[in-house]
Design a protein. Structure first.
Length: 67
């Protein structure tokens, strides 16, 4: 699959097993445990170069701003 042309609509048209195969090919860890939406997010993040952690925050990380 060409990562430069990958888009959300294309991924949403795929079944879970296809998404898992793509995610594994991209080296996304824990792909078998993710739901379809999570897989799509992780694949898009990897394709855009935003990280390779499967779209998950680091252990102990929070999304809340702290004063």
């Amino acid at each position: 699959m060409d990562l430069s042309t990958i888009d959300r609509d294309t991924l949403e048209g795929k079944v879970l097993s296809e998404l898992q195969e793509i995610a594994q090919g991209l080296g996304i860890e824990g792909a078998q445990r993710l739901r379809k939406a999570g897989l799509i997010e992780a694949i898009l993040a990897r394709a855009s170069g935003d990280g390779g952690d499967g779209g998950r925050p680091a252990a102990g990380a929070t999304t809340e701003a702290r004063p």
